[in-house]
Write a protein that binds this ligand. Sequence first.
Ligand SMILES: N[C@@H](CCC(=O)N[C@@H](CS)C(=O)NCC(=O)O)C(=O)O
Length: 291
Amino acid sequence: MTDILEKVSSNRAFEGELIKYKFKSATLGGVNANFNLFLPPGASATNKVPLLTYLAGLTCTEDNGAQKGAFLGPAASQGIAILFPDTSPRGAGVEGEDADWDFGTGAGFYLNATNPKYSAHYNMYSHVTLELPQVIETAGLPIDLKRQSIFGHSMGGHGALTLYLSSSTKQYRSASAFSPISNPTKCPWGEKAFSGYLQGGVEEAKEKYDATELISTSKEPVHILIDYGTADNFYKQGQLLPENFLKAARDSGYDEFQVRVRSQEGYDHSYFFISSFATDHIHFHANFLKA
Ligand SMILES: N[C@@H](CCC(=O)N[C@@H](CS)C(=O)NCC(=O)O)C(=O)O
């Protein structure tokens, strides 16, 4: 193991290990970045395990999913590692970045900023898809990067779907999401984020950062599972728009075996909802990661 990573903490969980690391992130403009990595029991240099990346939502850090998602038990049973990145750069020093809870710090939206004000630091797309796998490999961690899938919640659900659908290298075998922001160019959160981070604003986002737009032109086979709750206030306010994604997927010819969108009666936006369906999502990805 090289010293590219500093180990911040380590906790035994489900016979595996949850480890928090810190490193100096080039893609985030040189600030320190944290991530959590759960290694299931038995992961070793001679038994490299597949990687499932979990992207968290607005206001979250690398800890929310690791602590409250209830993913570690089923991941341990399935022999799958989980990577929990942060949701934005921290301490970039960009004026106004801490003013709002839904923009700036804690709200990186998993894109690469093109507005010069943000483009040196706000590059969570490259951080998640390129830099973290590279760092994991360089550090010699027991991960098989040829087997990757991705999931997430809310803004992280948007991230999971868009990173999956936009990857020209087919980096991820499957994607799933809890209450994802499914059509961000048509909701207030997305409009605000894209107008701020992207020079071309919402129009620029349509090509790369809107899951509904991406599925409407996709021709490849896909494996996507989405759950959302009917008592989710953000859903009721029109921030999530999962029906738009489902309609675009069906219009593109994807059936329910390729794109499954489930409405869960009475559930809200919280980690109580996420943890209720955590095992389902881990098992969904295990089908593809262990194939
Ligand atoms: N503005 C509210 C809402 C933010 C919110 O609900 N964030 C969701 C993601 S969109 C979340 O996961 N919050 C953290 C948690 O529940 O652990 C807040 O700051 O708490």
